[in-house]
Each structure stands twice: as C-alpha cells, then as structure tokens.
Ligand binder design. Structure first.
Ligand SMILES: NC(=O)CCC(=O)C(=O)O
Length: 282
C-alpha cells in the first residue's frame, strides 16, 4: 500500500539514456518528469550530467550559467507545469569562467530552492581499466547543501561524494531524512561498490538514500553502470533498476525511519566525548 501523505511520498529515479545532444536530453528529461507526475510522484530525480555525456572534453561545451541557462529554464518549467519537485541531476555550471558539476533543485512552483556543487571530484587510476581525472574539466564545490521537501529535509551529494561518510554524517547531524546522489559510476567500480555505498550511507545515517544513474549506453570511453536504487534507513534496497533505460518509482514511508531510530538508537549512543565529525566551513 502506498504511504499516506503524512508519512511519505513517491519518488521517481529517472534512469534516462544520455546522448551527445543537449536538446534531445532535455526533451527526454522533460517528458519523463511529466510521466513521473502522472504516476503519482512528488519528486523526480535526474542523473549526474544528464544534459550531455559524462565526458571531460564536453563539460565546458555543455556548461551553462545557473539559473539563466536553457537546462534550468526547461527544469523550472517542467517542475511548475507538473507541480512536482525536481532534483535536476547535475549539469556543468559556468561561473566566473570555471566549470562546476552542479545539482539544481526546483520546487513545484518552478522556483530554484537549492544548488549543490560536487565536492569530491572523481579521481581513479586503475591500470588497464579506468583512469579518470574529473579535475581536468571541473572545479570542486566547497559547501554542503540541503533543501526542505514539505516536512522532510534532504541532503545533496553528487556521485563520488557518496564515498565520503563524513559528508553524510554531517547531513545526519543536520537532521536530514533523506540523501540524494545523482550519479554515473563506471563499469569497473559499479558492480562492487554502487549498492554497497547506497546501503552503507543509508545505514550510517538512518536516512533514505537515492542513488540515481543514467542508463548504460555504448560509449567509447566511459560506460555507465546504471542500477539506480533507493535504500531505506535499515540499509535495505527498496527499489532497484537494471542497467536499461527505465524509470524507477518508489514509495517512501518515513515512519520506517522513526522506527529504525527508536529500535536501533545509534544516534543517541555516539561517543562525541571521544570522537566527532565537524563541519569546518560552509
Ligand atoms: N561520476 C563519478 O563521480 C564516478 C564515481 C565513481 O565511479 C566511483 O567509483 O567513485
């Protein structure tokens, strides 16, 4: 049974195929947001770099000023005409001649209510497999960011940010109910780590965690794992896509979070007299 309005809402994880054509990507995103609304969703989440490929050489080409760029205009309009919250995955943001990997959040009036610039840029060097240095195309952000969805507080991260439990712990301290990470894991690390990280952050923070990918499409350099999923505060996966182009609709019941926090009260048991995680700047 779907949760009542007071206990939760339905979320759409839009696992769209992203191609090297911004106009096409925007048209697909707008249609899928509309479908999410028709399927009873309160919130639609897009993947990381959904307006163009996750490709270092393309970041500047696809970059836009926020909120005056064409992607923001399309998302604002889609949120407003469908009366739905939209977490706009991320797009390359042009600011002072720098490019950031930035998530925008739109309320059902089409108003921009939050942004998050990816704090931890993806850097790996696995010989013979994946070598990626996002810093060659993006500048890191320096702040943690949240937004309010009715009575629920949501913390934002982007993809590689999910590997850093300290960041999630700070969102837990800020009393977030849910964490959202638009993402795009590679094929070498996705199978081993994607779900483990989703479940771990959910369990650590006793929140719902949504990790939302684009679909796997053939690509010469970076192939995306897919498998968008949502874990509940028990660390249980309550909805998961495969690698294909699809939308995942999941009902969140926040009474589950309350039960978990009461039954396994690790929050109250923290020994902040001997350790702590602190926010140094924001
Ligand atoms: N888009 C990204 O940040 C990729 C992160 C990733 O694949 C990882 O393993 O971390």
């Amino acid at each position: 049974m779907a949760p009542s309005k007071s206990s939760g809402f339905r979320v759409a994880c839009i696992q769209m195929s992203v191609v090297n054509d911004k106009a096409k990507n925007l048209a697909v995103a707008v249609t899928r947001i509309e479908q999410a609304k028709q399927n009873g969703c309160t919130l639609a989440i897009l993947p990381e770099c959904f307006n163009g490929l996750y490709e270092i050489d393309l970041f500047r080409k696809n970059a836009e000023v926020i909120p005056s760029g064409e992607t923001c205009k399309a998302l604002s309009q889609a949120a407003k005409s469908n009366q739905i919250y939209v977490v706009g995955g991320s797009i390359p943001e042009l600011y002072n001649d720098k490019v950031y990997n930035t998530c925008t959040v739109w309320d059902p009036n089409g108003k921009l209510i939050a942004t998050h610039r990816k704090v931890h840029l993806f850097e790996v060097n696995i010989p013979g497999k994946t070598c990626y240095r996002e810093v060659n195309g993006m500048t890191p952000g320096n702040t943690l960011n949240t937004f309010q969805l009715d009575r629920f507080k949501v913390g934002l991260g982007i993809c590689h940010d999910i590997r850093f439990p300290e960041m999630a712990e700070l969102y837990r301290k800020q009393e977030c109910d849910m964490l959202i990470y638009p993402g795009n894991f590679c094929m070498n690390l996705g199978p081993l780590h994607w779900s483990l990280l989703t479940r771990s952050r959910a369990l650590d923070t006793q929140t719902f965690v949504a990790f939302v990918s684009s679909a796997r499409v053939p690509h010469p350099t970076y192939i995306t794992y897919g498998h968008s999923q949502i874990a509940n505060p028990w660390g249980e996966v309550i909805g998961e896509a495969d690698e294909k182009d699809t939308d995942l609709y999941v009902d969140l019941d926040f009474s589950v979070r309350e039960n978990m926090r009461q039954q396994v009260p690790t929050e109250k048991q923290k020994r902040n007299d001997i350790y702590d995680v602190i926010l140094k700047k924001n």
